[in-house]
Ligand binder design. Structure first.
Ligand SMILES: [Cu+2]
Length: 100
């Protein structure tokens, strides 16, 4: 599960999604390719992140647990909480260097 060599997270622009009150915040997060996104469960319930296209999924996250995934390829990655499928979010990955 180590990071791929040559993929460097943009430390100046950390990408985080908070899980609280049965919702993802922000619901849509836009990042540059190569960014590692970290979800953190600040809720009292367990949640489990699952990409609708099967690219990534977490284990069940208890309170204060977190999950990270590095998005190497541009595109749109809609995801849900697989325990509570009405919880929806999306990661939008732009080509690296097109941050404006
Ligand atoms: Cu959930």
């Amino acid at each position: 599960m180590a990071d791929k060599p040559g993929v460097v997270a943009n430390a100046a622009n950390p990408a985080a999604v908070q899980i609280d009150n049965f919702a993802f915040t922000p619901a849509t997060l836009t990042v540059a390719a190569g960014t590692t996104v970290t979800w953190k469960n600040d809720d009292d319930s367990p949640h489990r992140i699952g990409d609708k296209n099967g690219t990534f999924k977490s284990a069940a996250l208890d309170t204060d647990d977190s999950f990270s995934h590095t998005f190497a390829a541009p595109g749109e990655y809609p995801y849900i909480c697989t325990i509570h499928p009405y919880m929806v979010g999306k990661i939008v990955v732009k080509p690296a260097g097109s941050s404006s």
